[in-house]
Design a protein around this ligand. Structure first.
Ligand SMILES: Cc1cc2nc3c(=O)[nH]c(=O)nc-3n(C[C@H](O)[C@H](O)[C@H](O)COP(=O)(O)O)c2cc1C
Length: 181
């Protein structure tokens, strides 16, 4: 089983990267391709650029990583209720190579923010985008509120939240086992 994992953030100190790393730590026997979206920074998508110059190599590379994966773990940062520009730009380039591009891909979708809604707005966007537009199979999703209170020293310190996240990870793992069977 091969997993592509990324946080939807280009911040060095990203809390979504921290939540993602914790989650990946719970996935045994899985080949993980952990990507930093900073490594996929491209010119802002425009139809004119695409028609004039084609696709940036980085868009092709990201698309290939998706195609090689059985599943994806994504943790979304929320900027003004939406994806970060850094993530959206990559997704727009990839979507012009093929849309929908996530058919048959199992997805564990997470989001966290420092506030009470846990990135709930971007989760709503993400469920619709990754599930409906890109046609992925979102097998589990969870928002993680008050990150800085609930996550300390690489551990989830709120038992209820920890159980929820571990449950979602188990659901995701089970869905991958179904592919193997
Ligand atoms: C431009 C910008 C917009 C933001 N908008 C929201 C928002 O709409 N809702 C929210 O809960 N947090 C918002 N935040 C706070 C982010 O949730 C916070 O910066 C978080 O750490 C981002 O995730 P990251 O650390 O993984 O990058 C915003 C932050 C920035 C820089």
């Amino acid at each position: 089983m091969k997993i592509l994992a990324f946080a939807g953030s280009n911040s060095k100190n990203s809390i979504n990267k921290q939540l993602l790393n914790y989650t990946l730590g719970q996935l045994e026997n899985t080949e993980i391709d952990l990507v930093d979206i900073n490594d996929f920074e491209m010119p802002i998508y425009s139809i004119d650029r695409q028609l004039e110059s084609g696709f940036p190599q980085l868009a092709e590379d990201f698309y290939k990583k998706i195609k090689e994966a059985d599943g994806l773990v994504i943790s979304l940062a929320e900027h003004n209720g939406n994806f970060t520009v850094a993530l959206k730009n990559i997704l727009d380039w990839v979507s012009r190579i093929e849309m929908p591009y996530l058919k048959d891909k199992k997805i564990l979708l997470l989001s966290t923010s420092p506030g009470s809604y846990g990135g709930g707005n971007v989760m709503e966007v993400g469920l619709k985008y990754f599930g409906m537009f890109a046609s992925g199979e979102i097998v589990a999703s969870a928002t993680f509120p008050f990150f800085n209170d609930n996550f300390q020293n690489n551990e989830i310190v709120n038992d209820e939240l920890k159980n929820t996240i571990l449950e979602k990870i188990t659901t995701f793992k089970n869905s991958l086992s179904e592919i193997e069977a």
